[in-house]
Ligand binder design. Structure first.
Ligand code: ADP
Length: 254
């Protein structure tokens, strides 16, 4: 039930491992710390990582007469999370489903979860453009989806896949909120010099070519993953670090 949700943002990436779930989680935590009520929906059915990232792995979904009750990260119920990871008996269980079963599960995630009143619903999607993306878009048609945020890393091979995401959004009529470049350089914790481990600037130049906004670059910072696992937003835990400044920059542009 999305009637009480004010803003819906899809997080997309061309490839796995570029930090899409980390960015989704950190955006959700940052918005929560700004005082908003936030939902985080993980529709990666085959590789749900949000429960692991937020250390919510042993939590279970409760049922109420209206549908599923999401898992809350905090006592004040400011961040609600729903993921296939809560349904699987354990993390090593594989989901081997054909399209129609995946479609039915995503329909349930969109229509049968009691999200209540939310300022933002962040939807973390699987990499690429698959059944899950098409189904979620079809089910969001009746409600207002603000648009998609595309996460990439700076390497040329990842950037090439982002072009496909841009085309997918254009074909399905999803507005592109912008591109975020993750793992964009490594900031030395000792001297704070930034080394571009991969080529730099790929996300920005793709955004310019595709005529979509560039929302910022998040550097490699091992502390970012640790923050998520403690349910902390880097805005507070890593205040003034380049990663925190970048996430702050992204949320101000949403
Ligand atoms: P995806 O959702 O794209 O598959 P994840 O968000 O699961 O990627 O990230 C993959 C791994 O990279 C995780 O271990 C995560 O902690 C780490 N990671 C992601 N972004 C960063 C970053 N900016 N700095 C350091 N580690 C990162």
């Amino acid at each position: 039930m999305l009637d009480g949700v004010k803003h819906i943002i899809l997080i997309l990436s061309g490839k796995g491992g570029v930090g899409k779930s980390t960015v989704s989680t950190q955006l959700a935590l940052a918005l929560k710390d700004k005082g908003f009520k936030v939902g985080l929906l993980d529709i990666d059915l085959c590789g749900p990582s949000v429960p692991y990232l937020l250390q919510l792995e042993n939590k279970e979904i409760l049922q109420c007469p209206e549908g599923w009750v999401p898992v809350y990260t905090d006592a004040e119920q400011k961040l609600a999370v729903m993921s296939m990871g809560f349904i699987l008996p354990n993390r090593n269980n594989a989901v081997v489903w054909r399209g129609p079963r995946k479609t039915a599960m995503i329909q349930q995630f969109v229509n049968n979860v009691c999200w209540g009143e939310l300022d933002y619903l962040i939807i973390d999607t699987p990499p690429g453009t698959s059944d899950e993306h098409i189904t979620v878009m079809e089910n969001l048609k009746t409600v207002k989806c603000d648009g998609a945020l595309i996460v990439t890393t700076p390497q040329a091979v990842a950037i090439e896949d982002v072009r496909k995401e841009v085309t997918f959004c254009k074909k399905t009529g999803i507005p592109i909120l912008g591109i975020v470049e993750n793992m964009s350089g490594f900031v030395c914790p000792h001297c704070t010099e930034c080394t571009n481990v991969f080529a730099s600037g790929g996300g920005k130049s793709l955004a310019d070519t595709a005529k979509v906004p560039f929302l910022g670059s998040i550097p490699l910072d091992p502390r970012l993953g640790q923050c998520s696992q403690k349910g902390e937003s880097c805005l507070i835990a890593l205040k003034d670090s380049p990663a925190s400044v970048a996430i702050q920059g992204v949320i101000t542009k949403l």
